[in-house]
Write a protein that binds this ligand. Structure first.
Ligand code: SF4
Length: 384
């Protein structure tokens, strides 16, 4: 006996082969593939085997709904139709096209990766998963998705849809939202993968999760794999997937200043390695405990930019939810009083006319009040 207690020479069975006969595994694969061919949505990235286009789509789809991604995908490819065009572009132009999609590290990493592909691989996206995964922003999911769909490599994808389908199909007790469960879901997906057409099979499982095995309203009656689904067979679909309770999301009150000097306002650029890195924004930060929003605004302008300002009026209060925290920002119109800009935090700044704001990429939280700002009634000139 080995350390694990298994008799020597007998291979340890995985979750799939431990619960199903080979015949059933083959039957599941066939049923899924048949269903996929018939029901798959005609999405633009499914019309191509160009690894660059597939890579673009998978990066966008990683954190964003299909319906939102389609327009962004098309605009992005119109501006950057191939990897060399993307590599040559300014990061700011890339971020401008990403504006509103969120998770901007995806765009920054993709831009860096495009430059590496051009410089180190002669512009050819590596078809070797070990080389591809070494590129910035390419994690396990992107590697498996692009390598399987574009290059036919037998790597199984694991995303939220796949985990939900597997959890129900095999009654997996491990919580889908715990990092420790990932290797087990990965191994199960790999075992189920159809090695003959891994790209289509991966997409079939994800599509089943998106269209049939939905989070709260699965259509088990119309599901192509319901004959093998343990949760359905045991009438326990509602029990799976098991999830850990999430910790409450912290909330941060913030103060933001729209500082006018003549008819121009100051905007600042966030450091590239920070959250929302490379984007422009109106200067702002978290408030201190017991500090009023107005006082915080004056302090922040002084600390971040060395400017003395006078708060004139409240422009808006905006709320925004990020993945790990929420903010409520009090936004004030301020008048510049004195001081030359000395940056402490931001990597760049500009004094711009309101009509120029649309040229810069801003985070969504800023867009929530920029529309207010550009309404005609706003004061735009203060010589005090
Ligand atoms: Fe999901 Fe229901 Fe199909 Fe099972 S039978 S995989 S729970 S849709």
């Amino acid at each position: 006996m080995g350390k694990s207690g298994n008799p020597k020479g007998r291979a340890k069975k995985g979750l799939v082969s431990g619960r199903l006969e080979q015949m059933d595994i083959q039957a599941i694969r066939r049923a899924l593939m048949r269903w996929y061919v018939k029901h798959r949505r005609p999405l633009p990235w499914r019309e191509t085997l160009d690894p660059y286009r597939i890579w673009v789509s998978e990066i966008m789809l990683q954190q964003t709904q299909v319906a939102t991604v389609i327009a962004y995908y098309q605009r992005f490819l119109t501006a950057f139709p191939d990897i060399r065009t993307l590599a040559r572009a300014d990061l700011e132009a890339v971020l401008k096209l990403w504006e509103g999609l969120g998770y901007y590290a995806r765009a920054r990493n993709f831009h860096r990766a495009a430059n590496l592909v051009v410089n180190d691989f002669g512009g050819k996206i590596p078809d070797d998963p070990a080389a591809f995964i070494a590129l910035p922003g390419v994690g396990d999911y992107i590697n498996a998705a692009v390598s399987s769909i574009a290059f036919g490599r037998p790597l199984a994808v694991v995303d939220g849809n796949v985990k939900r389908v597997l959890a129900r199909l095999f009654e997996i007790q491990a919580p889908v939202n715990a990092a420790a469960s990932y290797p087990m879901f990965k191994a199960t997906a790999a075992e189920l993968l159809d090695q003959n057409d891994p790209g289509a099979f991966n997409q079939a499982v994800m599509e089943l999760g998106a269209l049939v095995c939905k989070p709260s309203t699965p259509d088990c009656g119309g599901c192509p794999v319901n004959s093998w689904c343990r949760a359905f067979g045991h009438d326990r679909v509602g029990v799976f997937p098991v999830k850990l309770k999430k910790a409450p999301v912290p909330h941060h009150p913030m103060a933001v200043g729209v500082v006018f000097k003549g008819d121009r306002v100051i905007i600042v650029r966030r450091p590239e390695d920070a959250m929302l890195g490379g984007l422009w924004e109106f200067p702002g930060d978290r408030m201190r405990v017991k500090e009023t929003a107005e006082a915080a605004c004056v302090r922040i302008l002084s600390e971040q930019l060395g400017l003395a300002v006078r708060v004139k009026s409240r422009l808006a209060q905006v709320r925004h939810a990020y993945t790990h925290f929420k903010i409520t920002a009090d936004v004030f119109v301020c008048a510049w009083v004195s001081g030359r800009v000395r940056r402490n935090g931001p990597t760049d700044h500009r004094w711009v006319a309101l009509s120029e704001l649309k040229k810069y990429p801003f985070p969504k939280s800023n867009h929530k009040f920029i529309s207010e700002l550009t309404k005609p009634r706003m004061p735009s000139n203060d010589k005090n």
